[in-house]
Ligand binder design. Structure first.
Ligand SMILES: NC(=O)c1ccc[n+]([C@@H]2O[C@H](COP(=O)([O-])OP(=O)(O)OC[C@H]3O[C@@H](n4cnc5c(N)ncnc54)[C@H](OP(=O)(O)O)[C@@H]3O)[C@@H](O)[C@H]2O)c1
Length: 362
């Protein structure tokens, strides 16, 4: 392993999101995979024997012979600084806390800690300043290095995959005009359910109008993300979200039909310009995984579409299209983004790049 790269681990490395982490980290300029974990069913096996590889381009050779270790602090070498978590929400809560207490920085996709008051729910394009919760968290939970008594381990989370692209699109509107109400109807890809996910006989020739737990996340995470941080506390943004989540027979890419009510009146050209002109902290810092532009505004009547547009900005960009006036709200538009790249592994990776640039991983 080259010395200048930060050694990282992937928790839940065999699953749909774990595989994306491996793919995105294979040639990363700052990070190098040092450890892979999975459940007790897979621990002790070689990665190539335990994982059914699902992504194009094949399994990176460097991980084939790595032996999966249990997801526990004692199984992970101390020189690993950063852990990316792709654990199921049900498994993540306690073990992510144990790992942070043991001194690891945990960048998690799981929902377990997202709404904890002292845990940043982070999209670097949206709320990079919320990382200031990290010392608050270390102080509150006593996560300090026993030798230096300085904070070391912590948890940072990224939002639900559908929330991520919704809030990336809402951010320029929130900043420029304010928001009072958002209505979102999602059409979510199969890979969002992990692997093997939804049975073929349930989803072929069908749409399933229910995804467990999804609507409550869409109705609560945006306000934390767009909330303001002061004196170690986040005050949630003051707007309401109504969400309906549907599973559709698309492999990758969540599409969302969004209507918004703005706080201040705006002409449609101003709304379009807010999307087009938006640049966030990742673009200003030139982070390795940052898409530029972060938001792609489509003008064709029939775009964006999952098959054509999900890989925009290497799967890290948010596509917006069909912007038009709404007779009940003010404006409506379509949002589309990749769920396992920006919505999961790529989102956590961008979080980690921000943490490096802010000095939290020294
Ligand atoms: N898929 C998406 O689009 C998406 C988007 C955003 C966020 N997320 C979140 O990301 C996480 C992973 O999702 P996924 O779709 O990749 O799930 P998945 O395909 O079911 O993979 C789960 C991974 O966790 C491991 N695991 C399961 N139970 C465990 C336990 N008790 N202890 C340790 N490891 C355990 C599995 O290992 P084995 O192979 O040994 O079973 C596997 O590596 C979830 O929290 C999910 O909500 C997913």
């Amino acid at each position: 392993m080259s010395r200048q790269k930060i050694p990282v681990g992937i928790l839940g490395a065999t699953g749909a999101v774990g595989q994306r982490f491996i793919q995105l980290l294979a040639d990363h300029p700052w990070f190098e995979i040092a450890v892979l974990t999975a459940s007790d069913r897979s621990a002790g096996k070689r990665y190539v024997d335990a994982a059914k590889w699902l992504l194009r381009g094949g399994m990176p050779a460097a991980v084939e012979d790595m032996v999966l270790v249990p997801t526990a602090p004692e199984a992970i070498e101390a020189d690993v600084r950063l852990l990316f978590s792709a654990l199921p929400g049900s498994a993540a809560g306690q073990v992510e806390s144990d790992l942070a207490a043991a001194g690891f920085a945990v960048c998690s996709n799981a929902s377990a800690h997202r709404m904890d008051a002292d845990v940043p729910l982070l999209i670097p394009d949206v709320n990079p300043e919320h990382t200031a919760l990290i010392p608050v968290q270390q102080q509150a939970r006593g996560w300090r290095d026993p030798v230096t008594s300085r904070g070391r381990g912590f948890i940072v989370t990224n939002p639900n995959c559908t929330t991520t692209h919704l809030v990336c699109a809402l951010k320029p509107l929130y900043d420029a005009f304010g928001l009072t109400a958002v209505n979102v109807v999602s059409m979510q890809a199969l890979s969002g359910a992990g692997y093997p996910g939804v049975p073929a006989l349930d989803i072929l020739d069908n749409v399933i109008p229910f995804i467990a737990g999804e609507e409550s996340k869409l109705e609560s995470e945006p306000q934390k993300l767009l909330g303001s941080l002061s004196e170690g506390r986040i005050t949630p943004a003051d707007f309401v979200v109504s969400a309906q989540a549907n599973r559709v027979a698309v492999r990758n890419g969540h599409l969302e039909a969004v209507s918004v009510k703005l706080k201040r009146p705006a002409r449609i050209e101003e709304v379009a310009e807010a999307f087009r002109a938006y640049r966030g902290e990742p673009q200003r810092l030139g982070l390795p995984s940052a898409p530029d532009p972060a938001i792609i505004l489509h003008t064709a009547d029939d775009r964006p579409q999952p098959r054509l547009d999900r890989l925009a900005g290497n799967g890290m960009a948010t596509n917006v299209g069909r912007l038009r006036a709404d007779p009940i709200f003010d404006y409506k538009f379509i949002v589309l983004g990749h769920n396992t790249i920006r919505g999961a592994a790529g989102g956590a990776l961008l979080n980690a790049e921000l943490l490096v640039s802010q000095g939290y991983l020294e």
